[in-house]
Ligand binder design. Structure first.
Ligand SMILES: [Zn+2]
Length: 211
């Protein structure tokens, strides 16, 4: 395994809502996650979860073994004692993660956060319930870019799969059904297999996806 360091840029194509439990704003039911300076950000855990979900889907679509969290009985190690690629990269309860994600922070000042009215849908009745109206705070679509890093130790094929999964991300945060969270994710720098070697991430992607 070799060390890698990757810089990512996320551009918003729609307003974004990243749930933030640690903050309250008068009258707003669902606030966005903000840091100590009050700047909204995309939490590492939320981005990481989305990348893993895409990797699991990609592996299973291409016929590779992949376990099915969170049910422990269906998680790695697999029957032959090996770990699926998702667990090799992201870890699981019995294996340490090989990579670390940073929070994605805005590279420019973020405009004021708008509040929109959300409507609760009763899924059983397929009806709108007036009493379930709520106020949702979002990060507005703008020229602001969110920048973060992923780093760790991986084999080149594992890194190729990770890059492939990142490339599949089209949405972040919640409320996708309401048209929120559409994003464009770009890998802007990749250092591998040493901190002094900058390479084009597309080369690694081709290695794993070509038969
Ligand atoms: Zn697994």
């Amino acid at each position: 395994m070799q060390p890698f360091w990757m810089e990512l840029k996320v551009r918003l194509l729609a307003d974004l809502h990243t749930a933030g439990p640690g903050r309250s704003v008068p009258l707003v039911d669902r606030c966005v996650e903000v840091d100590a300076r009050g700047e909204p950000f995309i939490p590492a855990s939320s981005f990481r979860g989305r990348v893993r979900a895409h990797l699991e889907r990609l592996l299973s679509a291409l016929g590779h073994p992949v376990c099915q969290p969170p049910n422990p009985a269906r998680m790695c190690p697999l029957e032959d004692g090996t770990f699926c690629l998702a667990c090799q990269i992201f870890g699981n309860p019995s294996r340490q993660s090989a990579i670390h994600f940073s929070d994605l922070k805005p590279a420019q000042a973020v405009p004021e956060l708008p509040v929109r009215v959300g409507i609760g849908i009763n899924r059983d009745l397929q009806t709108v319930e007036a009493q379930r109206l709520f106020l949702l705070e979002t990060v507005p679509v703008s020229d602001v870019e969110f920048v973060g890093t992923v780093e760790g130790w991986l084999l080149s094929d594992q890194l190729g799969w990770l890059i492939g999964a990142i490339g599949l991300i089209t949405h972040l945060g919640g409320n996708k059904a309401r048209g929120l969270g559409r994003v464009q994710v770009e890998i802007t720098r990749l250092l591998y297999p040493s901190p002094n070697t900058e390479i084009d991430h597309r080369a690694l992607l081709k290695e794993v996806l070509s038969p």
